[in-house]
Design a protein around this ligand. Structure first.
Ligand code: ADP
Ligand code: MG
Length: 486
């Protein structure tokens, strides 16, 4: 804990007040009723330095990455092939998602628009931009990230700010929330246009709305709520919230393929245009068969799912490992993106190794056992806190069977630059050496070959104390930050 002398104390109190006043908040428990028991989300007092060139490169390659996700998601045979062994090793989750994707292939659900909202995360080591992962489902913190950018800008102008060397011109504008809302609004409009004849029929109950698929008891609900409010404020589009089990119990697909859903505290049904997932990315989100039934209903109906099961599978660690192999990017981007764009994406890739017995898995495992500090062991999970490092990684690999190892991939460990900042958490401040992870949000909307929208829309910077291995704000390790371009 650092000595909060009077000037710093005033500055930290100012920052906390600003954060609470601008919705940089999380609920303290999963059982608190909405709007109660809130606390400021953890954040850094100052923006952290980020290499300017790397920042711009990350933004520039985003449309190519968006297109990559789209192209792979259309190639189900590829996904099945790449995930074959992983699906066996992780049968209850990855395996189940693959099965569901396959079982619905013969059904011709009328999904005329594809919308993806992804976030591509990077570490920066000197001037090297290195991709940590692509998030293809439930990429969160756009709203709180935007407010944190504003908080840092505000704090720079604060009298006697301790961040004297930072120039506010070096703090980029952050439009993450607006861009995501625009993507959803676009897909909603396309849905309404396409289904107009069914929506304007004589039935009385034809309220068409977007759905946020949520975890029961979500603590990060205010980041989500800001998106609901933005959609209404800017686009006059309603977004309702429901869990997967609620979709299962109250959703019905009508004769036209429309998903009609009754939402809590509301007798009227809504027709779901866009289903935006902030749940469904971990096996914990499917505690019973009901949640799988809800997922299947969404996939089967004509609602535009963000993501589809196929897009979610593109985001698995296994697919991301295979994509680092020669020729893979060309396979999916060759026709649309020039060689320079492909090269720029490849330059961000970090060495990843397969643990498949068909692909030298045992020798790769041995490399990691010999030098555990050089690798990260990743399962097919999202949300932070799942990877293994150092001795734990070594022991895990030694204890796993060859089949079990196939559920994981190995990635070279990145050693990002360490900088000084002050972490503000639970009203307390601590001076810390931190490392920062830059995320860029990407939104793409396509109707077949018609690319209607393909943009990078804002960023998220999350920083964590340099001695932590894993990250994640929701996982309680990383804190909200914003980039100071240098
Ligand atoms: P998740 O889906 O759980 O977010 P990630 O791949 O993002 O999975 O890993 C979680 C965290 O682990 C990251 O935020 C980062 O802090 C750390 N991490 C992941 N890959 C690496 C790597 N190659 N080198 C160093 N740290 C990593
Ligand atoms: Mg991550």
């Amino acid at each position: 804990m650092i000595d909060r002398g009077p000037p710093l104390e005033r500055e930290v109190n100012e920052a906390i007040s600003y954060a609470v006043a601008h919705g940089i908040v999380v609920a303290q428990s999963k059982t608190s009723p909405m709007g109660t028991d809130l606390r400021h989300a953890p954040f850094t007092l100052h923006p952290s330095p980020v290499n300017k060139q790397c920042y711009h490169d990350a933004v520039r390659i985003t449309p190519t990455l968006n297109r990559l996700i789209y192209a792979i998601s259309n190639d189900h045979d590829y996904l099945r092939h790449v995930l074959e062994e992983t699906a066996l090793a992780d049968a209850h989750f990855t395996g189940r998602l693959v099965k569901l994707m396959t079982s619905l292939e013969t059904e011709c659900s009328d999904k005329q628009v594809h919308l993806s909202i992804c976030r591509y995360d990077y570490f920066i080591e000197k001037t090297q931009l290195s991709m940590v992962e692509m998030n293809c489902i439930a990429a969160s913190f756009a709203a709180l990230g935007v407010e944190t950018s504003k908080l840092h800008r505000y704090m720079l102008s604060y009298p006697a700010s301790s961040a004297t060397s930072v120039d506010s011109a070096a703090l980029p504008e952050n439009s993450a929330l607006a861009g995501i809302a625009e993507g959803i609004a676009h897909a909603h409009a396309m849905f309404v246009k396409h289904h107009q004849s069914h929506l304007c029929g004589r039935q009385t109950q034809n309220r068409c709305a977007c759905l946020m698929v949520v975890q029961p008891g979500e603590r990060n609900a205010y980041d989500q709520y800001a998106l609901q409010a933005k959609l209404w404020e800017e686009h006059k589009i309603e977004m309702v919230r429901a869990s997967l089990s609620r979709v299962a119990s109250s959703g019905q697909i009508d004769a036209n393929g429309l998903l009609r859903l009754s939402v809590e505290d509301d007798d009227e049904q809504v027709i779901v245009s866009v289903a935006y997932f902030r749940a469904g990315y971990t096996p914990d989100d499917y505690p019973t068969e009901a949640e799988w039934i809800g997922r299947e209903s969404l996939e089967r109906s004509s609602s535009i799912n963000v993501p589809s099961i196929a897009v979610q599978l593109v985001g698995t660690k296994k697919v991301q490992q295979v994509l680092t192999q020669p020729g893979q990017l060309e396979r999916f981007l060759g026709g649309t993106d020039d060689a320079n764009a492909i090269k720029a994406v490849r330059q961000t890739f970090v060495k990843q190794l397969s643990l498949s017995s068909m692909e030298n898995g045992s020798s790769h495992a041995q490399q990691a056992i010999d030098c555990p500090e050089d690798f990260v062991l990743k399962p097919q999970r999202e949300g932070g806190g799942n990877n293994m490092y150092g001795e734990t990684l070594k022991q895990a690999l030694l204890e796993m069977s060859a089949e079990e190892r196939q559920g994981y991939v190995l990635m070279k460990r990145i050693r990002p630059d360490v900088v000084d900042n002050v972490i503000v958490r639970n009203g307390q401040c601590v001076a810390a050496k931190v490392v920062s992870e830059l995320g860029v949000y990407g939104v793409i909307a396509r109707a077949g070959s018609d690319e209607q929208l393909n943009v990078a829309t804002g960023t998220l910077l999350r920083s964590k104390s340099a001695h932590h291995d894993d990250g994640g704000v929701a996982a309680g390790v990383a804190v909200l930050d914003s980039p100071w371009l240098r």
